[in-house]
Design a protein around this ligand. Structure first.
Ligand code: HEM
Length: 187
């Protein structure tokens, strides 16, 4: 993992996405009722991905295994604590996708699909109480946004490291010289 301050990153992403302690509690409250329905979201996710040409090379023969991984991650949204350990896991998940060169826009696209496919289920289960439904939707949007931000942070750091490595290779400059120049430049 690149050098990052995971506590700082977690706090920053929580503030940005609106993932408060109260919303984390809501996610856990609905876990039992919602979990049996989550396989529908995963199935819809892969059906939609299958229609995207650019996604095909990443799914070839792997869809069944990936479905299990994806569903486990989705269930985890409603059971895990959103602490530094979990943020580290999300950062690692981002990194796994960087390594396979999954285009970065797939992350935001995937979150949009998940949110859209969850919406009718939430209405089905909690639609009789609009105030609660809104609170639940806010909590889910916050948790998905938080996850997306952490995964994308990983993309950003990994891309920078890759670009710098390429620059050093092309120019023949040592990492020490680069660090010294960067330090001098910022003075
Ligand atoms: C919401 C967005 C996504 C989440 C949360 C997610 C989650 C995960 C997780 C938890 C893993 C396992 C990481 C590990 O090995 O520890 C994984 C691997 C993988 N994901 Fe995703 N994923 C997302 C989007 C996608 C999309 C859109 C695609 C392809 C179109 C994709 C393709 C893959 C592939 C091919 C692997 C296996 C990488 C390997 O081990 O070779 N993922 N994903």
């Amino acid at each position: 993992m690149t050098e990052i301050n995971i506590t700082e990153l977690t706090l920053y992403c929580k503030a940005f996405s609106g993932l408060t302690v109260e919303r984390e509690a809501i996610l856990k409250e609905i876990a039992e009722e919602l979990t049996p329905h989550l396989s529908r979201v995963t199935d819809a996710f892969y059906t939609e991905l299958d229609k995207i040409d650019k996604a095909k090379p990443f799914l070839n023969g792997k869809s069944e295994g990936l479905k299990k991984t994806h569903e486990a991650w989705l269930k985890g949204l409603f059971t895990n604590d959103f602490d530094d350990e979990y943020a580290k896991f999300l950062y690692h998940v981002g990194d796994v996708h960087v390594k396979i060169e999954l285009p970065v826009e797939f992350m935001a696209g995937a979150m949009t699909q998940i949110q859209r496919n969850l919406t009718p289920i939430l209405f089905e289960l909690f639609g009789n109480d609009p105030e609660r439904l809104i609170a639940i939707m806010e909590a889910i949007i916050a948790a998905l946004g938080f996850s997306l931000q952490i995964m994308q942070e990983s993309y950003q750091s990994s891309t920078l490291v890759t670009e710098l490595d390429k620059f050093l290779k092309i120019t023949g400059m040592s990492r020490i010289l680069f660090n010294n120049l960067a330090k001098a430049y910022s003075l």
